[in-house]
Structure formats: structure tokens, C-alpha cells
Design a protein around this ligand. Structure first.
Ligand SMILES: C[S@@+](CC[C@H](N)C(=O)[O-])C[C@H]1O[C@@H](n2cnc3c(N)ncnc32)[C@H](O)[C@@H]1O
Length: 213
């Protein structure tokens, strides 16, 4: 994944953001050692942003698509109001098992409801409403995920969508693969959707914030 700023500026920003804490550092090391795609983890900057956005929206009910090993899930859980829950959806049972190990060690782990299976299928049993949704699962389903999630977010609630710049491929006609095409399609849909007010942030791999009207 390419970031929008140089690696050294990215590290500078990281060093000047809230420290993640020992559990997150251990989770990052474990993810690096035991998974094939550790770069999928949101990391310190985006993790801190997720926690802040969750607390700023005073979210009590959050939904996440794409748990991986649980870094972003725990950051959202940290930002929830007391008594709140984040429901997180993951396809891969091995990633889910690693995530569970860290949820059980976290003081906010009891706020997490992890569901293993294809997100499109699991979503059918989750009517919402949610205060906040974070979309970070398989990219080819992004347009469908957005449609299903926008219906489940309460007015004034927030959708957060990761990887909307896709290492710059969205703006490069040389890339016509299915994932890039789906993210382009999603970006086009959101920009024209009267149900949301959106801004695309050039943070990390691109993050869209869309507030439900
Ligand atoms: C980019 S990673 C998520 C990273 C995570 N948010 C974090 O910060 O650690 C995407 C995740 O979506 C999962 N995934 C892929 N297809 C899925 C599907 N159809 N349903 C649910 N999860 C899926 C992948 O297994 C992977 O763990």
C-alpha cells in the first residue's frame, strides 16, 4: 500500500499521534509474524483516527466489515460510549481466531461481537441502526457494502470507508482490474449520493467519511 506522503513523513505523523499502547504493539508484531498480509492492518494513525471519530460521534452501536486481526475493531471499541458494542465481520476463521486472542486481553474486548462468515450474508441478519460503520473488507464488494450500510446508519451517523485511493490506481487508467473498478465505482456513487455528505481524505491509502443526512 502506497501512502499519500513519503514514508518518512508518514513515520513523523505516526510519532506525533497518540501512542497505540503495548497491546497494539504486540498485535502488530503477532500479525506481522503470523499472517500473509500484515499491511492490511490500519496501524497507529488510522487506528487513532477511528477511535477519535467513534468518540466524537458518541457512537454506541458500531459495525465493521473486515476485522482481520482486530486492530481497528479494538480502536473503535475504545471510542464507544460505555455499554456500547462494535459488531465486526470477518470471513477468515484464522484471522478471527487471532483477533479473539487480543480481544480477550483488552479492557474493551467485551464490547466486541465478532461474526465469522461472508459479510454480505451476515449483514442480512443485522438490520441496524448503527451510529458508525467502518467498511474495510474485500474491495470488489465495496459498492454493495456501501448500499447495505448506508441503509443501516441512522441520520447523523457516520460511514468510514478505507482504501478509497487504492495506492493511486483509482486515478490511473492503466488499472482496469476488478478491485480498482469497484473502488472507482464506489467513489463515483458516494460523490453523487444525496443521502450523504462526504469528504475523501488523503490519509494513508485514502479514507472517505460520509455522514448520513
Ligand atoms: C483490509 S483487511 C481489514 C483490516 C482491519 N480493519 C485491521 O485494521 O486490521 C480486510 C479483511 O476483510 C476480510 N474479508 C475479505 N472478504 C470478506 C468477506 N466477504 N466477508 C467478510 N470479511 C472479508 C479479509 O479476510 C481481511 O481480514
Amino acid at each position: 500500500m502506497l501512502t499519500c506522503v513519503s514514508p518518512s513523513l508518514e513515520h513523523y505523523a505516526e510519532r506525533h499521534s497518540a501512542p497505540a499502547g503495548a497491546l497494539y504493539e504486540a498485535l502488530a508484531i503477532d500479525t506481522q509474524a503470523s499472517t500473509d498480509r500484515p499491511q492490511m492492518q490500519v496501524g497507529r494513525i488510522e487506528g487513532s483516527l477511528l477511535k477519535l471519530l467513534t468518540s466524537l460521534t458518541r457512537a454506541e452501536r458500531a459495525l465493521e466489515l473486515g476485522t482481520f486481526t482486530g486492530y481497528s475493531t479494538l480502536k473503535i471499541a475504545e471510542g464507544l460510549k460505555e455499554g456500547g458494542t462494535v459488531t465486526t465481520l470477518e470471513l477468515d476463521p484464522q484471522y478471527a481466531a487471532l483477533a479473539r486472542r487480543y480481544f480477550s486481553q483488552s479492557p474493551v474486548g467485551h464490547r466486541v461481537d465478532l461474526r465469522v462468515g461472508p459479510a454480505l450474508q451476515t449483514l442480512a441478519s443485522l438490520p441496524g441502526p448503527y451510529d458508525l460503520v467502518f467498511i474495510d473488507a474485500d474491495k470488489e464488494s465495496y459498492p454493495r457494502y456501501f448500499e447495505l450500510c448506508v441503509e443501516r446508519v441512522r441520520p447523523g451517523g457516520l460511514l468510514i470507508i478505507d482504501n478509497v485511493l487504492w495506492s493511486g490506481k483509482v486515478d490511473d487508467a492503466d488499472y482496469q482490474d476488478a478491485e480498482t473498478a469497484a473502488i472507482r465505482e464506489l467513489n463515483r456513487i458516494i460523490a453523487q449520493d444525496p443521502r450523504v455528505e462526504a469528504v475523501m481524505l488523503t490519509v494513508r491509502d485514502g479514507i472517505t467519511l460520509a455522514r448520513r443526512r
